[in-house]
Design a binder for this molecule. Structure first.
Ligand code: MBD
Ligand code: FE
Length: 308
């Protein structure tokens, strides 16, 4: 029987030393996590017989991943962000915190500080007029008892017809396709926007490079992101994924969930203030009661233009 070098007392003692477990300074939480990471890396290298070339290739990959700002993208593509949702769902279930609209991943492309509008907003900057299909998106936000929630904040963002997001795509105007809409007295929000296209990873980027090696594509279905919040209620991070999209149930980020599919209806009836064909999407949300004050707010994940 061969002994695993990574399991010997000598190596284990070394990893404790490296993780600072023998000193009284630093941060004990960080020490615990780094210690575990080091143990797992040592075990993985030995068990899978990772070669030096493979190891240094991975180091270079991480440098390139971070250099291109794609770490959040890879985390989504490897399903880790979705795993966090599944874990939270399980914890909620155990705590009896159920009901309301399902959560799904935020993704890496939120930008804080979008313009605020009362009840309704026009989200697009008209730059794709004639190219894009106009979309009327509307619905209500409800409380756990099914009563409309007035004054809730519907913070929504989506891609343009090329599947790219303002801020990250510098060719778009500031906050294009990003708004915060405050629900009216009936809990209603209304947006006039454009039908988004699905997102695709940069084919030349490090995330797609990894996905290629896994035999996977890097495409998302067309979708719309939401943060929904209201005093006394639990913050909700979710998305509507659009019906009819080829990637609806083949999302590289695993964000599509039962209950989060939006039925887009195309009309050409002259009822709305547009010529020709347009799209309608109705989607309601229901929040849970906040179990504590912290739960009213989104996570403190670092984000673009993070507000104070
Ligand atoms: C997106 O638009 C997105 O929502 C996710 C999760 C990952 C990449 C691009
Ligand atoms: Fe997205």
């Amino acid at each position: 029987m061969t002994v695993k070098i990574s399991h010997t007392a000598e190596i284990q003692k070394f990893l404790c030393e490296v993780a600072g477990l023998g000193n009284d300074d630093g941060n004990s939480r960080v020490k615990s996590i780094i210690h575990r990471v080091l143990q797992e890396i040592a075990r993985l290298i030995e068990d899978l017989d990772v070669s030096e070339d493979e190891f240094w290739c991975a180091v270079d990959y991480l440098n390139r991943l971070g250099g291109r700002g794609e770490t959040g993208l890879l985390v989504a593509g490897l399903g880790i962000e979705h795993f966090l949702d599944l874990l939270q769902d399980a914890k909620d279930e155990q705590a009896g915190l159920t009901g309301g609209t399902p959560r799904t991943i935020e993704g890496p492309l939120y930008v804080a500080g979008a313009p605020i509008a009362e009840g309704q907003a026009r989200m697009d900057d008209r730059s794709e007029e004639g190219v894009a299909t106009v979309m009327f998106l509307e619905g209500q936000v409800f409380d756990p008892h099914g009563r409309p929630l007035a004054g809730a904040t519907v913070d929504l963002w989506h891609a343009n017809t090329r599947g790219t997001y303002s801020f990250f795509d510098q060719s778009q105007s500031e906050y294009n396709l990003r708004r915060r809409i405050i629900t009216d007295a009936n809990g209603r929000y209304c947006a006039r926007s454009i039908v988004p296209s699905g997102y695709g990873c940069d084919p030349e980027g490090p995330t797609q490079e990894c996905l290629d090696l896994l035999g996977r594509h890097g495409q998302r279905p067309a979708h719309i992101h939401f943060f929904i919040s209201a005093p006394g209620h639990r913050h909700l991070t979710t998305q509507i994924n659009l019906s009819g999209d080829k990637y609806l149930w083949d999302d590289f980020a695993y964000a599509t969930r039962e209950g989060l599919v939006g039925e887009v209806v195309f009309r050409e009836d002259g009822v709305r203030e547009v010529d020709g064909r347009y799209a309608e999407l109705k989607f309601d949300f229901q929040l849970q009661a906040a179990p504590d004050a912290d739960a009213e707010h989104r996570s403190s994940r670092p984000r673009a233009l993070q507000e104070a």
